[in-house]
Write a protein that binds this ligand. Structure first.
Ligand SMILES: C[S@@+](CC[C@H](N)C(=O)[O-])C[C@H]1O[C@@H](n2cnc3c(N)ncnc32)[C@H](O)[C@@H]1O
Length: 410
């Protein structure tokens, strides 16, 4: 029979875990706490010594307790309806709104199956070469190491969750390796959902946080959801596990049936008034065009000699509005005008290149991507480029590289 434990040890162990993870008291396994505490006692430590160390959340013992409490159960394409929704509704909506790239975050990714599934779903749903990135974060560093190895056994591939998108090659072996194209766009970092994600990770269009908040106290859940929504781009989607939110998070709307637990961040125009009517485009004397001018809807022109040209971002926003209204030709004409007026405005080059790619005019997209790469290379990688969204120059360079390096485009 095992010796009686000082009850304060288990109480404090649970408090430590709860304060670090946000877990409800009844979601912390007593046996796990007892096992860790007994191991410490078996090493000859006194109860007072152990209690003292548990006062410090950064201490090794606090870390051991947290790791013992975490539950890392996961598998590929778990809750497949979310991945179907992303592919069939989320990505098309983002592309219609003129997204320049798509970014996903698997928050509480455990050993990475969810992050890779998201990356595979996004990749399979965008035009060839469209920039996609996925971040996976978790509190548990050892799980992240497994995720980075990208090699999985049969436990990660469940019959109950079909392989919806290309993710790994079928292999006779028990272990499968994630496809390089999926692995290349997926990165992992340690992070606690109770703390804001550092700014350097940017914002996301799709956040999956599933089967994590179910362990949290109501207050911790609120805090985590609020931080998650702050990391979303306008129009971005948040996917939670079943029964992980009892109400629609502020600033969001529910998408799909309630059981889908999917929410969309409202864009600024949706919060207030309807989108403004398209503004007339002003033109200055255009420099030589960067590429052959395709047939385009005429754009209203006002004389430039009396009015200075509008700032590039204004024209860019106008093009985005036109894309949103389904006026692709009009948007292309505005973007062409923008590229002529401001050939160094990187977001304009990328926007027009992507629009050309989406409409099948690859021969027009390639020179634009080349121009983008040349101009982005002239800037320091971390230089923030103004646009509807301030993004570092390296983003534009990487987008152009990713596009130009696909297939034999160059
Ligand atoms: C059950 S797994 C879910 C994995 C995946 N999201 C899925 O649905 O398949 C829960 C994960 O959440 C992580 N987790 C729990 N609390 C966390 C916190 N406060 N911050 C970050 N990750 C946390 C755990 O380490 C664990 O890997």
């Amino acid at each position: 029979m095992s010796a009686e434990l000082d009850p304060r040890l288990l109480t404090r162990a649970r408090e430590v875990v709860s304060s670090i993870t946000g877990f409800r008291d009844d979601a912390i396994a007593s046996e796990a706490m007892e096992r860790v505490v007994r191991q410490e006692l078996a090493r000859g430590r006194s109860s007072a010594d152990i209690l003292g160390e548990m006062l410090f959340p950064q201490s090794p013992l606090s870390g051991t307790l947290v790791r013992a409490a975490l539950v890392g159960e996961t598998y590929f394409f778990r809750q497949p309806e979310h991945f179907r929704y992303i592919s069939q509704a989320g990505v098309p909506a983002a592309l219609r709104k003129g997204a320049l790239a798509l970014r996903g975050w698997s928050a509480g990714c455990a050993t990475g199956e969810e992050a890779y599934s998201l990356a595979a779903a996004l990749l399979a749903s965008v035009p060839h070469g469209f920039p996609v990135e996925v971040l996976g974060t978790d509190l548990h560093e050892a799980s992240l190491e497994t995720a980075r190895r990208a090699s999985y056994g049969t436990w990660s591939r469940r019959e109950s969750a079909p392989r919806l998108f290309p993710l790994y090659l079928d292999a006779p072996e028990r272990q499968v390796t994630i496809l390089p194209v999926v692995r290349r766009i997926t990165t992992f970092a340690q992070g606690n959902l109770l703390a804001p994600l550092p700014e350097r990770f940017g914002r996301f269009d799709f956040i999956l946080c599933r089967n994590v908040l179910t362990y949290f106290s109501p207050a911790a859940r609120e805090q985590a959801i609020s931080l998650l929504t702050r990391a979303l781009n306008p129009g971005g989607f948040l996917f939670l596990g079943a029964v992980e939110a009892d109400r629609v998070p502020p600033g969001m709307v529910r998408e799909g049936p309630p059981e889908l637990q999917t929410f969309r961040m409202l864009a600024p125009g949706e919060l207030t008034t309807p989108a403004p009517a398209p503004r007339p485009v002003e033109r200055s004397e255009p420099p030589a065009p960067l590429f052959r001018k395709p047939k385009a809807t005429p754009v209203p022109v006002v004389p430039a000699r009396v009015t200075p040209p509008p700032p590039p971002s204004r024209l860019h926003l106008e093009a985005l509005e036109r894309i949103e209204e389904g006026d692709v030709e009009g948007a292309a004409a505005v973007l062409e005008s923008l590229v002529r007026q401001a050939p160094d405005y990187l977001p304009g080059l990328l926007e027009l290149a992507l629009l050309r790619e989406r409409t099948g005019a690859r021969e027009a997209a390639v020179p634009l991507m080349r121009a983008l790469r040349v101009r982005a290379e002239r800037l320091a990688p971390d230089h923030l480029v103004d646009g509807p969204e301030a993004l570092p120059a390296r983003f534009y360079q990487a987008s152009a590289d990713a596009y130009l390096n696909q297939g034999a485009l160059e």
